[in-house]
Ligand binder design. Structure first.
Ligand SMILES: Cc1cc2nc3c(=O)[nH]c(=O)nc-3n(C[C@H](O)[C@H](O)[C@H](O)COP(=O)(O)OP(=O)(O)OC[C@H]3O[C@@H](n4cnc5c(N)ncnc54)[C@H](O)[C@@H]3O)c2cc1C
Ligand SMILES: *[C@@H]1O[C@H](CO)[C@@H](O)[C@H](O)[C@H]1NC(C)=O
Ligand SMILES: *[C@@H]1O[C@H](CO)[C@@H](O)[C@H](O)[C@H]1NC(C)=O
Ligand SMILES: *[C@@H]1O[C@H](CO)[C@@H](O)[C@H](O)[C@H]1NC(C)=O
Ligand SMILES: *[C@@H]1O[C@H](CO)[C@@H](O)[C@H](O)[C@H]1NC(C)=O
Ligand SMILES: *[C@@H]1O[C@H](CO)[C@@H](O)[C@H](O)[C@H]1NC(C)=O
Ligand SMILES: *[C@@H]1O[C@H](CO)[C@@H](O)[C@H](O)[C@H]1NC(C)=O
Ligand SMILES: *[C@@H]1O[C@H](CO)[C@@H](O)[C@H](O)[C@H]1NC(C)=O
Ligand SMILES: *[C@@H]1O[C@H](CO)[C@@H](O)[C@H](O)[C@H]1NC(C)=O
Length: 487
């Protein structure tokens, strides 16, 4: 009697139970659990924790369940369940990277799809292609390609995943071979209706175009086939400079940005403010050889606080040097992009002032900022290999993606950090425009852009075409159940 009344009152207190309904996500999770019993995980399990994990904690969400497909047919099953008319559950697709910083782009309160178990890599020597699964991070890919003396256009620091190619893809060999999207030969994917197809220039030209920058709007990729490039040994270095060298480093960066003509020489620099007197960290890449190219000499004439150098190294040895672009993995963080043509001295001075000002304002407002930084990314002819892509990168407008970023520790400070990053980015772009180094209409790199970036600034004149392709391939808007920049 007592238990009867107890369960009756529980029933009454739980509106879902009363109406006999569960949320769409609960429904999807129980259907998935029935269909793929060993591949669905719930809060409390280790696999679940791994599946929802992101590089920046602020982009992880507690999904209702997670699922680890291991075959294309599993992916198809999952797609059909989340998209079923009487389910329509929110979901997210995450590679092994999980490096998206915008919450909801690869995280969800619904079904977290984790592509971690697609770890195949094959090299086709005859076709000069490499096929990789979305369960591999770029460092794992390079490790397997190094002994073959080949490489692909992928990420520049350890841990980043394949989403990089779906949003654009700036790599250490971008001067030489273009962006990741320009190096896609084909994509094996599962469409929103659950059908598996191989998408290539000749078979699905519209979808192929759309996937080159369109991120998670068109389906789930199970295999990426990319062009292989021969890769001799590498010279590279990571050098730190103290604040007293700011003027000298800024001058050297400006000279390099404007004057470099050595295509195999690429660098990425960051000023990272974590307290008073911020200095610089510069990562130098030289894609051939056993010695520093002359173009880097001005940097090596500046006294450094530390330097790690790899000579005649492999890609793996080189990228293992990088640390600055890898903040504390427990930190919260947001990234954004400011399109810039050349990093002139006035532009870099202004960036330095803005980083300082944003950091100091955050501290004055008692916000838990742990760093305010900007990645300076000069390229040379990065767009010379451009192929038709959703993310247009025309040689006629060679902007580079400078990468402002804020990290913090207290979740209560998220909205403030978002506003501070937006404000700082807009001020830097306004100054760059004034200096003739940016235009208000320049496209924003989708992989770096803050979530409030409007579609026309990501895809420009391609927006209408992309919406039409999206409507044709996904008439029921299943991919709209996943977060992100939505077409
Ligand atoms: C430390 C760090 C270093 C970085 N370095 C670089 C760099 O050198 N060059 C550069 O260009 N960018 C770089 N980025 C930006 C990077 O490109 C983006 O963060 C990108 O989203 C990372 O992809 P991911 O697969 O790791 O992320 P995820 O969060 O797993 O995915 C990112 C996006 O891709 C979608 N996606 C992932 N897998 C699939 C799939 N199989 N099918 C369909 N959609 C999928 C997700 O839904 C999401 O929209 C860096 C970012 C960080 C944090
Ligand atoms: C996926 O891979 C992980 C790590 O290797 C493993 O622990 C897990 O069991 C795999 N998941 C499935 C569904 O096989
Ligand atoms: C997610 O769940 C964990 C463990 O239960 C909890 O500590 C954390 O606060 C939750 N996060 C959010 C954003 O709800
Ligand atoms: C890769 O290059 C090294 C150094 O030039 C050489 O010794 C090795 O044989 C090459 N390996 C392959 C698979 O070509
Ligand atoms: C680039 O080279 C020119 C010619 O050598 C030189 O005058 C100039 O100072 C260099 N740096 C910049 C930023 O233009
Ligand atoms: C940045 O702030 C530091 C102190 O935190 C100061 O030493 C430096 O002069 C500032 N630079 C600029 C350009 O404001
Ligand atoms: C600053 O914020 C912390 C929490 O992050 C809080 O404990 C503290 O009271 C705040 N101090 C002031 C002066 O607002
Ligand atoms: C951002 O700018 C807006 C508009 O100028 C302002 O209201 C807001 O306080 C700023 N926020 C931060 C954190 O800088
Ligand atoms: C799934 O969508 C594709 C692309 O629109 C279409 O060609 C295919 O016929 C659809 N398959 C089914 C089973 O509806």
């Amino acid at each position: 009697m007592k238990t009867f009344f107890l369960s009756l009152s529980l029933l009454i207190l739980n509106p879902a139970a009363v109406s006999g309904l569960t949320t769409s996500a609960q429904k999807a999770c129980s259907l998935l659990h029935a269909a793929l019993p060993k591949k669905v995980f719930f809060p409390g399990s280790q696999r679940y924790a791994a599946d929802i994990f992101h590089f920046q904690l602020s982009s992880s969400q507690n999904s209702t369940c997670s699922v680890e497909p291991t075959t294309v047919s599993d992916v198809s099953t999952i797609m059909k369940i989340v998209g079923r008319d009487n389910v329509r559950s929110p979901f997210a697709i995450k590679s092994s990277g999980g490096h998206a910083t915008n919450p909801g782009f690869s995280s969800t309160l619904g079904v977290q799809i984790a592509m971690t178990n697609f770890t195949d890599l094959t090299y086709d020597a005859a076709k000069q292609t490499v096929s990789i699964g979305p369960g591999l991070t770029w460092d794992q890919v390079y490790k397997q390609l190094d002994p073959l003396n080949i490489t692909v256009v992928g990420g520049r620091v350890p841990g980043v995943g394949v989403g990089l190619v779906l949003g654009g893809g700036y790599s250490w060999v971008t001067n030489q071979y273009g962006l990741g999207v320009d190096n896609i030969v084909s994509l094996d994917m599962v469409l929103p209706n659950g059908t598996a197809v191989q998408v290539a220039e000749n078979s699905h030209p519209d979808l192929f175009f759309a996937m080159k920058g369109g991120l998670n709007n068109f389906g789930i990729v199970t295999k990426f086939t990319l062009k292989a490039h021969s890769q001799p040994s590498i010279w590279g270095a990571v050098v730190n400079y103290g604040a007293e060298q700011n003027a000298a480093v800024i001058q050297a960066l400006a000279d390099f940005s404007v004057n470099n003509t050595e295509i195999k020489a690429q660098l990425a620099a960051a000023q990272v403010v974590t307290g008073p007197a911020p200095g610089w960290e510069v990562i130098f890449f030289y894609g051939q050889g056993n010695q520093m190219p002359a173009v880097y000499q001005p940097f090596f004439d500046i006294p450094a606080t530390s330097a790690s150098i790899v000579t005649s190294g492999s890609f793996s040895e080189f990228i293992a040097l990088s640390t600055v672009l890898n903040p504390d993995p427990t930190a919260k963080g947001l990234s954004n992009v400011v399109p810039i043509v050349h990093y002139t001295v006035p532009v870099l001075d202004f960036i330095h002032e803005q980083l300082n000002a944003t950091w100091l304002a955050g501290k004055a407002a008692n916000k838990s900022f742990t760093s305010v930084l900007l990645g300076v990314e000069p390229f040379l002819d990065a767009f010379a290999h451009a192929t038709p892509s959703a993310y247009e990168h025309s040689v006629a407008r060679p902007v580079t993606p400078s990468n402002p970023w804020i990290t913090w520790s207290d979740p209560a400070d998220t909205a403030y950090a978002h506003a501070a990053l937006r404000n700082m980015s807009d001020k830097i772009q306004a100054f760059a425009i004034q200096q003739g180094q940016s235009l208000a209409t320049d496209l924003h790199y989708p992989n770096y852009a803050l979530d409030d970036t409007p579609l026309n600034l990501l895809y420009g004149k391609n927006v209408q075409k992309l919406k039409a392709i999206k409507h044709a391939v996904d008439p029921k808007n299943v991919m709209g159940l996943a977060g992100g920049f939505k077409l």
